[in-house]
Design a binder for this molecule. Structure first.
Ligand SMILES: [Fe+2]
Length: 338
């Protein structure tokens, strides 16, 4: 099964304990933005949303900020925008800078993802390698991004990864993998892998010494609180996957999603779903980018018949099957009361 797009390079491997060191920085409000996918209009929307906050938040772009940006000007705009903030490595950035010519798109797609999806994803990365206007210094800067980050948000430790706490492109925090099972997610994705239990999630959070664990990579957003058993302290932990900031995430909708964490307990007016955990406020926030301009950029770079179009045109137009009710799990509340 291993091959381009399905392999897991040794560089991807780390452990939850690796997140347990001192926080890299402290902030009262944090945005975590995964999966921009080269959508410069989504980048603009994230920055505009940040500028509207009473106190300017810190922003972490946790990987796959490049992907469909084969237009060199778009690629350069994403580079400039992302590196003005914090960033962690995604599989796209890894694949783009790796000398390993067997990595393909670097997605480490599980067996339940169809071969043609993997093939097209590898072809997108091939084209991005050919067009990316990267100098040696620019390539080195991307390659040197951390694989994970720990941030202090108002006294709460937050772990940030791209995939899961064991692999940069891990799928164990995919919606379809979590317990209790979301049967629709399992049917839609064809999931046939190992379920990630709440006990495993809590164990990861304890080893990482974090209240919240935030990821992206697998494309469908969700959030769920998990309880420690009383003999382990009885605390609650939160896992958040922001899906994609640069692509639609919901049926019939055309906005991306990002994660907002804050020491301010007030839910923002545009929250899609959220929860407050021991004073740490989480909300999923829509990234309301200019669809028409993104659609035009996409079609110029990826016309009908191209691998990017085959994999993403339908999602960009109409979103996936998901609804907010599937994303808000456990005690996380749609349109927040949490
Ligand atoms: Fe990814």
């Amino acid at each position: 099964m291993a091959g381009p797009g399905r392999s897991c390079p040794i560089d991807y491997r780390y452990q939850p304990d690796d997140l347990a060191g001192p926080a890299t920085f402290t902030t009262p409000t944090l945005y975590i933005v995964g999966g921009l996918y080269g959508n410069t209009h989504a980048l603009d929307a994230v920055l505009a949303r940040a500028a509207s906050e009473p106190v300017r938040p810190e922003i972490v772009f946790n990987g796959d900020f490049h992907y469909l940006d084969t237009d060199p000007d778009r690629f350069a705009a994403i580079e400039a925008g992302v590196h003005a903030h914090h960033a962690t490595l995604g599989n796209v950035e890894y694949a783009l800078t790796s000398t390993d010519d067997t990595v393909g798109c670097g997605c480490d797609y599980p067996a339940y993802v169809a071969d043609d999806v993997v093939t097209n994803s590898n072809l997108v990365l091939d084209q991005l390698r050919d067009t990316a206007p990267l100098t040696d210094a620019g390539r080195a800067r991307l390659a040197a991004l951390p694989r994970h980050l720990t941030v202090d948000v108002g006294g709460h430790r937050v772990g940030i990864v791209h995939g899961d706490p064991e692999s940069l492109a891990g799928w164990r925090l995919a919606l379809e993998a979590l317990d209790p099972p979301d049967e629709r997610a399992r049917t839609e994705t064809g999931f046939d892998g190992e379920t990630t239990s709440s006990e495993t999630v809590v164990d990861w959070c304890l080893r990482a010494d974090v209240t919240a664990l935030c990821c992206t990579h697998t494309g469908l957003p969700h959030a769920q609180d998990h309880n420690e058993s009383d003999d382990r302290g009885g605390r609650r932990h939160l896992v958040v996957n922001n899906g994609c900031a640069g692509l639609p995430n919901y049926a019939g909708q055309r906005f991306g999603v990002m994660t907002r964490l804050s020491a301010d307990p007030h839910p923002p007016a545009d929250s899609l779903y959220g929860i407050t955990l021991d004073g740490l406020r989480f909300d999923a926030i829509p990234v309301r980018y200019d669809h028409d301009r993104w659609h035009d950029d996409f079609l110029r770079a990826w016309p009908p018949g191209s691998p990017g179009h085959i994999n993403y045109a339908a999602r960009i137009d109409a979103g996936p099957w998901l609804t907010v009710e599937h994303s808000a799990r456990g005690r996380v509340s749609p349109s927040p009361v949490g």
